[in-house]
Design a protein around this ligand. Sequence first.
Ligand code: NDP
Ligand code: 2IT
Length: 445
Amino acid sequence: MAEVVEKVYEQVVARNRGETEFHQAVREVLDSLAPVIAKHPHYADDALLERIVEPERQVIFRVPWVDDAGNVQVNRGFRIEFNSALGPYKGGLRFHPSVNAGIIKFLGFEQIFKNALTNQAIGGGKGGSDFDPHGRSDAEVMRFCQSFMTELSRHIGPSTDVPAGDIGVGGREIGFLFGQYKRLRNSYDAGVLTGKGLGWGGSLVRTEATGYGTVLFAQSMLATKGQSLEGKRVAVSGSGNVAIYAIEKAQQLGATPITFSDSSGYVVDEAGVDLDLLKQVKEVERGRVADYVSRRPGARLVTEGRVWDVPAEVALPCATQNELGGAGAATLLRNGCAVVAEGANMPSTPEAIEAFQAAGILYAPGKAANAGGVATSALEMEQNAGRTRWSFETAEAKLTGIMADIHDSCVAAAEEYGRPGDYVLGANAAGFTRVADVMIAHGIV
Ligand code: NDP
Ligand code: 2IT
């Protein structure tokens, strides 16, 4: 059976040359599927595997815009509409200089299975641009977003494709994107984007959802061992949307987050992160982690090595792909780390995952642990369609229920395919079978 998946993998590498992140994401899913296909061989019929690794549509476009100095800048925009079996394509937009087709494809591929795990009616997609918002004025970001949306608007819609935020895309960018979409279409389609502001169709809890969900997932994993987050030291990477609200929920559950980072280094705050200060620096001032240290006695900035060098019982990688490698995993394990839950997408390298699984610690892949963000986006779509607004408590209760269900689906699938406690197999198998069953029902499309 392994040959079937091997052949599909080789084809993916041949067809998508040099797109190493995409190869990595496909490899992980296909490896998990070997036992699924051995038990249910019909999932390999009718080229289903070959179809699921091939995006339904890929859009790549020019994004010209004028900077504050009057110079014309040209970026590249992407939207990969990967799979619409379960619902409209759904997934974020990433603005970061590293963005290329392979990165958007890996994110779109992961999104298919993540979205299936939420049990909501959302397909998988992803988009973005190699535009770097760091150091750009609000006016520059607005002009970029308007140009980006002028092209993207041809391809999206509340029942077709519904983008949201990701790295470099938050409330400010979603506002500019929505304003331009509304102007171009002359239509107030609130459900065309999620992560909107609360005054114009946004959902309470969407801002917090990814970080909160990641910590709730870690708590569910610990509960299987009769433990909780109470009193545990937590190492968090990143200092953006996901990291900030992972820290907030970990604190609410009695844990002590002691680190965060950005691309300039990481901060260790042994007294526990001062969340109000972190939000002020990152969300209000759009500053760097050094700005926190300069105002927080006892906190230190480290510019060598990785946040994983700091001893902690729980690790929450919340920055970017492949930020936690084999060396980081070895250090975490040596220092007694017993739980890793991924707030970011694919932050652990294959070597790191192998080390966590060999050590038998609790390890949750991003497509399960960070699904709370997109799940709450689907709740936002639901509110938009019903022209209604839920309270914070209602939305948070729904998020909590969804994260518990995802956890239980992963546990059940891992047991069904003979690897109890393997959340990678569990997430991939549970997500895949939901999508595959619907693809079969829809015929060869
Ligand atoms: P933000 O842009 O809000 O924050 C990203 C953070 O990660 C920043 O601290 C940034 O530092 C750091 N970072 C990004 N790229 C790099 C890099 N190449 N090297 C070092 N540090 C880096 O993004 P989010 O918090 O929204 O996203 C973080 C992760 O979570 C991503 O993997 C994203 O795909 C994933 N995710 C996000 C969801 C969401 O709802 N927002 C949902 C599910 C997953 P700096 O500013 O210096 O670049
Ligand atoms: O990776 C992700 O799941 C996201 N960036 C959120 C996607 C969404 O549509 O809310």
